[in-house]
Design a protein around this ligand. Structure first.
Ligand code: 6OD
Length: 490
């Protein structure tokens, strides 16, 4: 069976694609054109119950105790199979999001392979904590912690990097022997569904990976509040994270949340300007600014402020918006008209607050085929301060405010003046300053002279409104397992 038959995107439960129900379905629209290209079967409570039960059964039927080397081998086979079906994943991701095909290939689908391969290696190399305890009278005790799967894990993922973020959670969760109920965003249901097909092909037992489609307040909430769920991993907005936490709270289950950001870049005047401009362009505009790590606040030392502002505006103007399937396209649309209205509202707020618009600020005129899409112009502002809402609130679009500073201490204070704490980048040729400033950022990840450079073994996550916990490498293994400590008196 294939993941998509005709225009349907289906749920996947207990190893089977579920026959869709016309009366319980919604349209899937292409954000680049506004055209509907598929219908998605929305899961009801009964289907979510079936998914959770199937997951529980799969755990008991042996998945939870499958040897680590077998789980690691399965992850490697999944990566190989995604590689064989690479262009199918690319096409599905581009259709769902409107993102440029080159980005889907080089970032989204490429990372899916790396996610599976890395966590196969990480789990295969993992040891366990043990302590020899000295007791009175010269005796000793041996403590060792046995790590067991967390159980049935709800995986709730957003629409911006759908496959990347899904596999970032699915790979370590499976590596640790969990069974999953996945709820992709209603905006981007396709690649989670295609992944079901791949995982079945490579021999994942039925019930270990289930997909239920729908909206946050339907399928999403049925899953996260379900009494059969042992933990929830979620990436999305801070507001939704807060709501998900309430749905989980009555049963006190562990959560791992990677939420919003209002990420700063700090640019010092000793920097190599061209290198910084190339990095800033990526950090502000990648994925049309729809990455939780994207920079929306750029603090620039006053003596190079004009050069950086003009240089960045020039690079923004040279971004190429257009057909996502055209390999020359650098920048796709926003995910939806609803999201575009939100971003446009910040454009208005910025102008009301006295922003000077260096470039952008509106909706571009593209060819007739794209007129129904959710396009927006890459936009840069000067003239705002940290007191203004567009500088305080996450916008999640291709937009940043540039703000001057004079001293290192001032730059640190400005960058840390936020309720968010996901990521920051520091741009300087002074290595000591780079370390110093990066370490003083109140964030989960600080980059120096780069952005979104990833080693998947390192901890990833945020503080404050940006989330709870870390994933990546050992941090993922810790979240997706529960230890039982055994103490033996010797
Ligand atoms: O690179 C990753 O592992 C990661 N979790 C990226 C998150 C991006 C959020 O939009």
């Amino acid at each position: 069976m294939t993941a998509e038959t005709g225009r349907w995107i289906r749920n996947f439960v207990a190893g089977q694609f579920v026959e869709p129900d016309e009366n319980r379905s919604f349209d899937k629209t292409d954000p680049a054109t506004g055209r509907v290209f598929a219908r998605v079967h929305e899961a009801d409570r009964d289907l979510v119950d079936r998914a959770v039960s199937a997951a529980r059964r799969a755990l008991h039927d042996g998945w939870a105790t499958t040897p680590v080397r077998e789980r690691a081998a399965l992850l490697r086979r999944a990566a190989d199979r995604i590689e064989e079906r690479f262009e199918e994943f690319v096409a599905a991701e581009v259709a769902d999001t409107g993102k440029p095909v080159t980005q889907a290939r080089e970032l989204d689908v490429a990372r899916a392979l790396t996610n599976f391969r890395t966590f196969a290696d990480v789990v295969a190399a993992a040891g366990q904590e043990s302590f020899l305890t000295d007791l009175a009278g010269g005796r000793q005790a041996l403590n060792y912690a046995v790590r067991k799967p967390l159980g049935v894990v709800a995986v709730v993922v957003p629409w911006n990097l759908p496959l990347l973020l899904l596999t970032w959670k699915v790979a370590p969760a499976l590596a640790c022997g969990n069974a999953l109920v996945v709820k992709p965003s209603e905006e981007t249901p396709a690649t989670a569904t295609l992944l079901a097909d791949v995982l079945a092909e490579v021999g994942l037992p039925a019930g270990v990976y289930n997909v239920v489609h729908g909206f946050g307040d339907s399928a999403g909430e049925y899953v996260t509040s379900h009494p059969g769920i042992d933990g929830v991993t979620f990436t999305g907005s801070s507001a939704t994270g807060s709501h998900v936490m309430k749905t989980v709270a009555p049963r006190v289950r562990p959560v791992s949340f990677e939420l919003g950001g209002k990420n700063a870049a700090v640019v010092f005047d000793d920097v190599d300007i061209d290198e910084a401009l190339a990095g800033l362009t990526r950090s502000v505009f990648t994925n049309t600014g729809q990455v939780c790590l994207c920079t929306e606040r750029v603090y620039v030392q006053r003596s190079v402020f004009a050069d950086v502002a003009e240089g960045l505006a020039e690079r923004a103007r040279s971004l190429r918006l257009g057909d996502p399937l055209d390999e020359r396209t650098t920048t796709g649309p926003l995910i939806s008209r609803t999201h575009r209205n939100k971003v446009l509202n910040y454009f208005e707020l910025a102008e009301q607050a006295g922003a000077k618009v260096l470039t952008g600020g509106g909706v571009p005129q593209l060819g007739p085929g794209l007129a129904g899409g959710s396009w927006i112009e890459p936009t840069l502002w000067t003239g705002l301060t940290n007191a203004d809402r567009p500088v305080r609130e996450e916008i999640f679009g291709p937009v940043a405010a540039l703000i001057p500073f004079d001293t290192e201490a001032e730059a640190i204070a400005l960058a840390n003046d936020t309720e968010y704490g996901l990521a920051a980048s520091v741009w300087t040729n002074d290595l000591r300053r780079g370390h110093r400033v990066a370490q003083s950022m109140n964030v989960g990840m600080a980059w120096v002279n780069t952005w979104f450079l990833r080693d998947l073994r390192s901890p990833f996550g945020g503080v404050g409104l940006s989330g709870i916990g870390r994933e990546g490498g050992e941090s993922s293994l810790h979240f997706y397992t529960e230890p039982t400590n055994v103490c033996v008196q010797l």
